[in-house]
Design a protein around this ligand. Sequence first.
Ligand SMILES: [Zn+2]
Length: 476
Amino acid sequence: MALENSLFKRFLTLSAFSLTMLLANGCEKSNNVAGEKVNKSPEITASAPAKNVILFIGDGMGVSTVTTGRIFIGQEMGKTGEEHVLSFENFDNVALVKTYNTNAQVPDSAGTATAIMSGYKTNIGTINVEPGKELQGCGTIEGRPTLAQTAARAGKSVGIISSARITHATPAAMFGYADSRSWEADKDIPAKIDRFNCRSLAAQLTDPGTPVNLALGGGAKEFSKTQTEQWASGSENRLYIETGEAFASLDPRDGQDVLGLFTPSHLSFEADRDPKAEPSLSEMTAFAIDNLAMRENEGYVLMVEAGRIDHAHHGGNAYRALKDFQAFDEAIATAVRKAGDDTLILVTADHSHVFTMAGYPKRGNPILGLVQMSETMQEQFGADTPYMPAKDGKPYTTLGYHNGPGDVRNPDSPPLTDNMVQGRDYRQQTAIALNDETHSGEDVPLYATGPGADRVKGVIEQDKIHGIMMKAMQID
Ligand SMILES: [Zn+2]
């Protein structure tokens, strides 16, 4: 133990020197391997309106998820990882976004999605209901229009994609009003609330007057047979599907309105997905763009949510969070490839998580692995193992959660091995034991390309994102 502790102290003394060396090595290795410039033409950005908007939301995708996801994807490609360039990292415009809800320092997805899509902050847990207006018809009385309604009134088609239930907070904020985000199905609305004319999010999505043309994701169990039949009877060219097979048989150029719910609850984590049973986020994005773009109207607004990054983080399982982030990155790459120059593409998160990357691991250290020092440092320390010891003399991981369901590290914790921590079901260690890891309150990034992207800059309130979309489409 004494040896390990002195090793630790020597590391702290030498770390500045070693880090300088590491940085020098890093610069040498850095190169833009993607190499592809993905931003849209600047002349279009400056003046013409955006005909289409694609809004990508990585649920819970804080900066630490972006950084570690970048390394994870790079390492899966056989590289050291740090130098990898994600599908949206060549976008010219970036901002930081303040995510707090009106009554919460650390927000939830209902309040933040309302801010992003509808243009005003609201209370935690409520969807498109202004603070203090609860129990007034769930926001529909004097309520402001949803993004789906606004787009439809401007003659645009509307698509919603989520790897979560389509009635879950983020996708629901596109089309619905609810005092409580838990009112997904009719059965979820308490009897005493019924008299306030509140309707479930499933009922609102399948209403004959729904402005939504495409909705793809999970959550079939939230809908009654009557509701899905009502959706399908809404117009002649309207389908309800439940299987990956049915989805694969569709031709997007037929321009059908489709409600596709491929699982009873959320779609599977990307790490566990059966590609025949459930389409990927990228496949759904490709379908939506082809389907919406061929319609003869004023363009489209499409929201794509990677909803399960958030869920994996809540479970303290970095592997599944990063696999879902990878699927999100692929979906954005698909949109960049398919969407025309008249499309504003925004990539953001609703909020972050208490997920962090730390400990001076060497360049190319497996992102899910134990912290290893470089060979040079190991030689300097005369250490017989590359693993950096913590104060307890045992190795520790690069990734961790401030709180959550993972083991709380204590003096009796068994030593971790790389085999253990790189397993797909491993929950990273934590400082505070909670059943569910929590969101965090720091700012999240916003990346933009296309017409109107130049308004994405500085540090902004989250509700300004709505205005950025409206101004880009020249909607008052
Ligand atoms: Zn969450």
